[in-house]
Design a protein around this ligand. Structure first.
Ligand SMILES: *[C@@H]1O[C@H](CO)[C@@H](O)[C@H](O)[C@H]1NC(C)=O
Ligand SMILES: *[C@@H]1O[C@H](CO)[C@@H](O)[C@H](O)[C@H]1NC(C)=O
Ligand SMILES: *[C@@H]1O[C@H](CO)[C@@H](O)[C@H](O)[C@H]1NC(C)=O
Length: 482
């Protein structure tokens, strides 16, 4: 389906890695740095770089380690901690390699290079879906990267505080976990408590740059999912890869859910996608059609993705083709001529002028068709073809009769596609005055016709305020009068 392709699909997002904030489980930080160091070496040897698309369409290059070899190596890191003698440990292959990496790893590498991470935030929260953690919240810790991470591991620490009697009661840093992905699920957070996170990035050669702290983020006291906040704002865009796009923004906060349901529809089509938040702040809608109307609704989902909140919505029109490619481009459907003017000349002709919709080189030809639909004049259509640079046509008018004509200008573009605009011309019975005045009349919209009576009498026109008179607006086409 072409409407648009999105993004992170929820079913693929059940995070393999997560940790629970348990205040009384303190892991030794130095030990965990060494574990991270060993795992980073395994990542380098048995993982590989991969890309995924963020919600806003930007690309995140990360290190993929979900391989058998990596898992064995990681086991080697962990097992060998308890079996000092490598010969007797009977490890083989990648596991043995992991054990060797453990011997090469250290908790005190000192800093090497700079951190690929510029920020860490608790991006979202929602009541936990974990059975033993009823009445607590889960959320996602998101790391903003400033470059591809490379084969790194993230050591996560956290602390909590509560406000009571004018004071914050704050815990120490608690070392919690080593993670290989920059999207980290945190579970077991307590309503009303504030949390802060600290991340150390460790690569195969040791710690990378400085540690990064999040702000304090409070967990809601209300054990339910928050509906997304208004307003939804859409910004149109275009790029050569994805064509017509739009970015959907909403004021996302740390109180919002981690999961959203997005519906994008046009008059005939509707697509629903479930999304997981990431550190970016808009949602890319790609592969839209030019100059089309869309309605977008967004609702928050619970962590089991079964319940959605009341949706918020917005409507927008995508970019017009000519806004991207320029007026008259062959990339776009042809447009009709505009600004049609009719002047009745003293020698009983009507001078019809128009503004071309494209440069002459993009116009193949004009077809001028007119026929009387009212009065005694011949009702057969007359068609005349004009060369591309033409912007006027002189139409002979009957004398001394009252006739009304439909006048259509069809322009064919250089590849033969057509568009047309129409006007009507009325000829009154009165005798043409010997006047050289021109009567400027009639303007036409894209396929709308403004009916203006061209009264053929200048003496009357100049003394009576009703002339020329705009009588009606009409959408009728030439064929209606055939
Ligand atoms: C709605 O979108 C579909 C898929 O892109 C497209 O085929 C269809 O023409 C669109 N309908 C309207 C009325 O724009
Ligand atoms: C060592 O590993 C091999 C192959 O997995 C196994 O057959 C053997 O019993 C193991 N020896 C010890 C001492 O664990
Ligand atoms: C009619 O008059 C207009 C303006 O005076 C002139 O441009 C045009 O050539 C004339 N047409 C004929 C057929 O005489």
């Amino acid at each position: 389906m072409r409407l648009y392709s999105i993004l992170t699909i929820l079913s693929a997002t059940n995070l393999a890695h997560s940790f629970v904030v348990l205040p009384y489980i303190q892991i030794d930080y130095a030990h965990l740095i060494r574990v991270a160091h060993c795992k980073a070496k395994c990542s380098e040897k048995y993982g590989y770089p991969k890309i995924r698309q963020n919600l806003d369409g930007t690309i995140d290059e990360y290190f993929f380690v979900d391989t058998e070899e990596y898992k064995k190596c990681e086991n080697g890191c962990l097992q060998f901690q308890h079996r000092r003698d490598m010969k007797r440990s009977n490890l083989t292959g990648e596991t043995l390699q992991g054990a060797k990496f453990w011997l090469e790893s250290t908790a005190h590498s000192g800093k090497v290079g700079s951190s690929p991470v510029s920020a860490v935030e608790l991006m979202c929260q929602m009541p936990s879906a974990t059975p033993d953690l009823d009445d607590s919240f889960e959320g996602l810790l998101g790391l903003t990267k400033i470059r591809p991470s490379g084969p790194v591991q993230y050591v996560v620490q956290w602390k909590q505080r509560t406000y009571a009697l004018g004071y914050y009661d704050e815990s120490q840093w608690i070392t919690a976990s080593v993670e290989s992905d920059s999207m980290i699920k945190v579970d077991g957070m307590i309503p009303g408590v504030q949390y802060k996170f600290l991340v150390t990035v460790v690569g195969p050669a040791g710690k990378l740059g400085d540690t990064i702290q999040s702000d304090w983020t409070e967990i809601s006291n209300i054990l339910s999912v928050k509906a997304p906040g208004t307003p939804l704002i859409v910004k149109n865009g275009f790029n050569s890869e994805q064509g017509v796009v739009a970015h959907l923004h909403f004021p996302r906060t740390a109180y919002d859910s981690c999961y959203f349901r997005l519906q994008v529809k046009n008059a005939t089509n509707s697509i629903v996608t479930d999304l997981r938040v990431d550190p970016t702040y808009s949602i890319l809608l790609s592969h839209l059609e030019f100059d089309s109307s869309y309605a977008v609704t967004l609702s928050a989902l619970t962590s089991d993705q079964n319940t959605a909140t009341t949706p918020i919505s917005v409507r927008f029109n995508s970019f017009q083709c000519k806004q991207v490619y320029g007026k008259g481009s062959l990339q776009c459907a042809p447009e009709p001529v505009s600004n049609i003017r009719v002047a009745i000349e003293a020698n009983s002709t009507a001078m019809i002028k128009w503004t071309a919709s494209a440069e002459p080189e993009n116009i193949l030809t004009y077809a001028i068709t007119y026929q009387a639909y009212l009065g005694p004049c011949n009702k057969d259509p007359t068609t005349v073809y004009l060369a591309a640079p033409s912007t006027s046509y002189e139409m002979p008018l009957p004398r001394n009769v009252h006739c009304e004509f439909m006048f259509r200008i069809t322009n064919y573009d250089a590849i033969g596609r057509e568009a047309f605009a129409e006007t009507r011309i009325a000829v009154m019975q009165e005798k043409l005055a010997s006047s050289s005045y021109k009567v400027p009349l009639i303007a036409i919209g894209v396929s709308f016709t403004f009916l203006i009576l061209a009264v053929f009498c200048f003496a009357v026109c100049r003394c009576c305020s009703k002339c020329p008179v705009k009588v009606a607006e009409n959408k009728a086409k030439l064929t209606d009068y055939a």
